[in-house]
Write a protein that binds this ligand. Structure first.
Ligand SMILES: *Cc1c(COP(=O)(O)O)cnc(C)c1O
Length: 361
């Protein structure tokens, strides 16, 4: 079987470093908001070139706490893509605001700036562009629109650790960036984890209280908060993995390059990369009108594939109270297929996948 992701390979490369890092935490018997977390926050901030990183419990919490920190709540609207993981939009509903869905750009799979403009109302407080599959959303136009309308931008960079838009790391361009360290992400913990990143010190302070019961110091609560911290074991793992992130993203990029070459001339629509971005290649997503047939055929041939995502958020049962037409989002959800992609995909594996695809059509 050609595996979709390669966590076992990743672990194999860093096993010794991980064992040492975990042992250190266990020996210290200090598990929440300690030295490892602080060091990871500092190192990730340096990596991204941003002032503040606040470790939280998950990517979902990062988005939710980001919205809360901006005072967004009931009566407010937040512009979101529907072609994303449901969690990007759930966060908006958790804080009581209303998501307003936008369609996507067919080439990048990210929110279409042209569709945002018409969906801004007096109630709009923020836009959440999602850098889906590791591809940076069109941040230049999105920031212009946000500035003109006086609204915030919260980047969902949960799939895009290390991706760059015009030389800047994604997550650092809007008012707030949100990352997930779910194990399968480009930078994954050995459990759940997330981070909020921002250059705004006031927002950073608010988030660090929100994640810790609203406390400014132990047992002094300034406002109603939550329990959402990145724990010491996860932070220790992430510190090890962060030092490999660029190399592993480079591997992904090479794999994507090979796919691109070998699939050229096939019947698939393959993903492209603009010159002024660095794609983090979290996923390699192709399109074909007979997607389901192709997936079944690849499965029969020992090639594992997934669909990200089969049902757009606005068409989920949990969103049945929403009635909106998003033609491209709906069309693309029927055609997309994610091929195996991870930093340790071997050349032979890529060749096999591409050969099988070419034999199919
Ligand atoms: C993974 C992911 C999230 C949620 O992150 P968790 O850590 O799983 O809560 C949010 N948005 C996108 C685009 C994601 O891929």
């Amino acid at each position: 079987m050609i595996q979709f992701i390669g966590l076992r390979d990743e672990h194999g490369k860093i096993q010794k470093e991980i064992d040492t890092a975990i042992k250190k935490v266990i020996d210290s018997q200090y598990f929440i908001l300690g030295e490892e977390g602080e060091k990871f926050e500092k190192e990730f901030a340096e990596y991204l070139d941003i002032k503040n990183v606040i470790g939280v419990g998950s990517g979902s919490d990062a988005i939710f706490l980001a919205l809360l920190s901006l005072g967004i709540g009931p009566g407010d609207e937040v512009i979101v893509p529907s072609h994303t993981f449901v969690s990007s939009v759930d966060a908006v509903r958790h804080c009581g605001a209303r998501p307003v869905f936008c369609d996507i750009d067919e080439n990048t799979f990210c929110i279409d700036p042209k569709d945002i403009q018409g969906k801004i109302s007096e109630k709009t407080k923020a836009i959440i562009p999602v850098h889906l599959y590791g591809y940076p959303a069109e941040m230049g136009q999105i920031m212009d629109i946000a500035k003109d309308s006086g609204i915030f931008v919260i980047e969902d960079a949960c799939q895009a650790h290390g991706a760059e838009y015009k030389g800047k790391k994604v997550g650092t361009i809007g008012d707030i960036g949100c990352f997930s360290f779910y194990p399968a992400k480009n930078l994954g913990a050995y459990g759940d984890g997330g981070a909020v990143v921002t250059n705004n010190d006031e927002i950073a302070e608010k988030i660090s209280k929100l994640r810790n019961y609203g406390q400014s110091k132990k047992y002094y609560s300034d406002f109603i908060g939550y329990n959402s911290r990145l724990d010491e074991l996860q932070a220790a793992v992430l510190r090890v993995k962060l030092s490999h992130l660029d190399e592993w993203n480079e591997n992904r990029s090479k794999a994507a390059g090979s796919y691109g070459q070998l699939l050229d001339g096939s019947s698939l629509i393959i993903p492209k990369e603009a010159d002024d971005i660095f794609h983090a290649w979290h996923l390699y997503v192709i399109r074909h009108p007979k997607r389901d047939e192709l997936q079944e055929y690849l499965n029969e041939n020992g090639i594992e594939t997934l669909i990200h995502y089969p049902v757009p958020v606005h068409m989920q049962k949990s969103y049945s109270d929403f009635d909106v037409d998003l033609p491209l989002t709906e069309k693309i959800s029927q055609e997309i297929l994610s091929l195996p992609m991870h930093p340790f995909l071997r050349d032979e594996e890529i060749e096999t996948v591409c050969r099988k695809i070419k034999e199919w059509k």
